[in-house]
Write a protein that binds this ligand. Structure first.
Ligand code: NAP
Length: 260
C-alpha cells in the first residue's frame, strides 16, 4: 500500500474495455491496484501506462477465472481488498442449440461462478473490517430474456439480482454493493461475442468512460444500481411494465441487428 492510498482495488477484466477504465479511474482516486485477466501483456501495458501518471502501487495478477485453482488464488486476494470490481465477462450470440454446451457453460463459469466466489470472499473480508465496496458489472441484457443470446442474458439477470440482494445483506456491516448495468458499449466485447454494434443507432452505444463515470458517481451516492444513460434507463423501466411477449420480440430484433 502506498502512503496516500485509499486501500487496494482488485479489478477483474482489467486488461480491456470497462475493466481497464475502472483501473485508470480508481488509480486516479488514490487506490492501489491488483489487475486481473488472462492476458499478462495487456495488463503489464496498462500498469505501465497508469504508473507513468499516478503514484499507485500496481500488481499484475494474470489468471483464468474459469480455472478452479486460479480462481481460488484470486479469491484469497479479493478477501484482503477494500474495493472489488468484477468486470471480467463476455457474451456469445447464437441459439442455445447452435452454440456448444461447453462454450455456454464456460461463459457461466466466468460471468456467474467466478463473480459469485469473488464477491463472497470480498464481502467476508470487508464485513469483518466494517468497510469496503463491490462493483459487479451486469448489463441491460439482464432486464429481459434475449432470444439468440439466451445464456448471456440469463447470466446477467443473475448478476443483477445477486448483487442487489448482497447489497442488503452486507450494507449494515458497512459494505456497499453496486450492480452496474451498461447497454451496448464500445469495447472488445462485440468482437468476442460474434456481434457488430456498427448497425445500431449511435445513440444506443456508450463509451467505457461514460459507463465508469456513472458507476463511480452512483457508488459515491450510495446507490445499489447504476444504469448509464437515459436510453438504458428507459429500457430498464419499460422492461418492468411492457408485456413479456413484446420485450422478447424487441430484444430478439435488436440482437439480430448486431449480427454480421
Ligand atoms: N461492451 C458491452 O456492450 C457490454 C454491455 C453490457 C455489459 N458488459 C459487461 O461488461 C463487462 C466488461 O466487458 P467489456 O465490454 O469491457 O469487454 P472486453 O473489453 O472484452 O473485456 C472483457 C475482459 O474480461 C477478461 N476475461 C475474459 N475471459 C476471462 C477469463 N476466463 N478469466 C479472466 N478474465 C477474463 C478479458 O481479458 P482476457 O481476455 O485477457 O482474459 C477482458 O479484460 C463484461 O462483464 C460484460 O458482460 C459489456
Amino acid at each position: 500500500m502506498t502512503e496516500s492510498t485509499r486501500g487496494t482495488a482488485l479489478i477483474t477484466g482489467a486488461s480491456s474495455g470497462i475493466g481497464a477504465e475502472f483501473a485508470q479511474r480508481l488509480a486516479q482516486r488514490g487506490y492501489d491496484l491488483v489487475l486481473v485477466a488472462r492476458g499478462a501483456d495487456a495488463l503489464e501495458a496498462l500498469a505501465a501506462q497508469i504508473d507513468a501518471s499516478v503514484p499507485a502501487a500496481i500488481e499484475v495478477l494474470p489468471a483464468d477465472l474459469t480455472a478452479p485453482a486460479q480462481l481460488a488464488m484470486v479469491a484469497s486476494r479479493a478477501k484482503e481488498c477494500t474495493l472489488l470490481v468484477n468486470s471480467a465477462g463476455y457474451g456469445l450470440v447464437g441459439d442455445v442449440t447452435e452454440l456448444t454446451g461447453a462454450d455456454q457453460v464456460d461463459m457461466l463459469r466466468l460471468n456467474v461462478e467466478a463473480l459469485t466466489v469473488l464477491s463472497r470472499e470480498a464481502a467476508i473480508g470487508m464485513s469483518g473490517r466494517g468497510d469496503g465496496a463491490i462493483i459487479n458489472v451486469a448489463s441491460t441484457a439482464g432486464f429481459q430474456p434475449i432470444p439468440h443470446e439466451a445464456v448471456y442474458a440469463a447470466s446477467k439477470a443473475y448478476v443483477h439480482s445477486f448483487s442487489q440482494a448482497l447489497a442488503e445483506e452486507v450494507g449494515p456491516a458497512g459494505v456497499r454493493v453496486l450492480s452496474v448495468c451498461p447497454g451496448f458499449t464500445e469495447t472488445a466485447f462485440a468482437a468476442r461475442a460474434g456481434a457488430e454494434f456498427e448497425r445500431l443507432p449511435s445513440v444506443m452505444v456508450s463509451s467505457p468512460e461514460h459507463v465508469v463515470s456513472c458507476a463511480l458517481s452512483d457508488l459515491d451516492r450510495g446507490r445499489a444500481v447504476s444504469i448509464p444513460g437515459y436510453l438504458n434507463a428507459a429500457i430498464a423501466a419499460s422492461s418492468k411494465v411492457a408485456p413479456g411477449w413484446l420485450t422478447r420480440k424487441v430484444s430478439a430484433q435488436l440482437t439480430r441487428r448486431t449480427q454480421p
